[in-house]
Design a protein around this ligand. Sequence first.
Ligand SMILES: [Zn+2]
Length: 446
Amino acid sequence: MPMKTMHIGLDDTDSPRKGCTTYVAAILVEKLQRLRAEFIDYPNLIRLNPNVPWKTRGNGALCLRMRYSQSDEERIKEAAINTVEEHADLEHKGTDPGIVFFERARIPNEVKTFSRNAITGIVNLKVALKLLKKCKVEAVGFKKGRGVIGGLAAIGAILEDDHTFEILAYRIPENRGSKRKVDQASIFQMNKATAPYTFNNVDQETRRILITPRGPDPIFFGIRGETADIVKKAFEIVQPLEPVERWVIFRTNQGTDAHLRGVKQLSQIKPHRPVVATGTVATNPKIIPRRHVIFSIKDRSAQIDCAAYEPTGLLRKVARKLIVGDYVEVYGGARAPSQDHPLTINLEKIRILKIAPEIIYHNPACRKCGKRLKSLGRNKGFRCRKCGSRYLELTKVEVKMKREIREGIYITSPRSQRHLTKPSLRYGVEKRYRPVKRLAKDWHFP
Ligand SMILES: [Zn+2]
């Protein structure tokens, strides 16, 4: 029997109360392994545009890429459909799973483009269905079938520009919903032994552990890093205090900034798009209730608000110190205008390109007694309150203040980073496309 190649895309199987599409993929890996599928890549975990308003969770889609014997084809598809049926939260109103079976080795450029659009912007079901039809691709949608959008997008995301890895460990069903039990000290030990090749394990500012999610989903913990080997090594250092049902290493676009797309001018910014834009600070930062910092930037085309939220910690501190005239590059998701605010960029990062001089004006000192003079009003001169001398000809003295911020890039603290946000540790270690030649010996269990 000749071997064929298939890419299976999956999305939208979970709900806020139950499940996780990575878990469906993990179960499917085990089943496909038994059907003698040969994986040609680690399962891909592709994070799509985090600013899509109807997506409240991580917005992650999955793709399994494999070679298989044609005689197993029907059983492979059946396994995928059964696994989604069994593990998706189909009773939840907003959960509309989709599976895409792409039976060709090469991914066409238009599917790659579709994928890029789903990561950086908004795509709709109609466009996805049209593309599936054009490429003669089989897809299965449950309920509204919106998951085929993410399924196709995951297939088209071949991680050409950069990628990272994440090992995800899952809990046994009876523990889901309860507090996750893991030896905290072992996590700090793991971080010490493997960072910077692993990242976002802990938040240094608050000492908070970031590898364990909260909530009822089946994920026990996840460790992110640069290679499959390092996340596996890190996983072995962490001491779980509850059973691990299974684990899988994923290759992913997390931590790569793949969602951000540059705009040439501010007038091109559209709601729900993650953008990179440059401009000059046009209004000094102000602190609004709940301690958010808002300032605006402008260029020749438009002026737009930027917001650094309280949980963003470090970024918010820097944003507060900007002044009119600073030249900056801002990174973040554009929030649609509402009654309360205009179109606003929710900041993930700021690069300060050029800081403006900060000049304040003092009244001059009295020439007789040295006391700071009092102004008598605009162009009316000054008077000394101590000795009574008057000075008509003097003007205010310019003082150049020392700025407290420097040029450079500032990123939200790890605890408030998006899945896609590239952390500072990853600058300079981006991985250009290298097809996976061989998978690590152990990349999943069972
Ligand atoms: Zn005086």
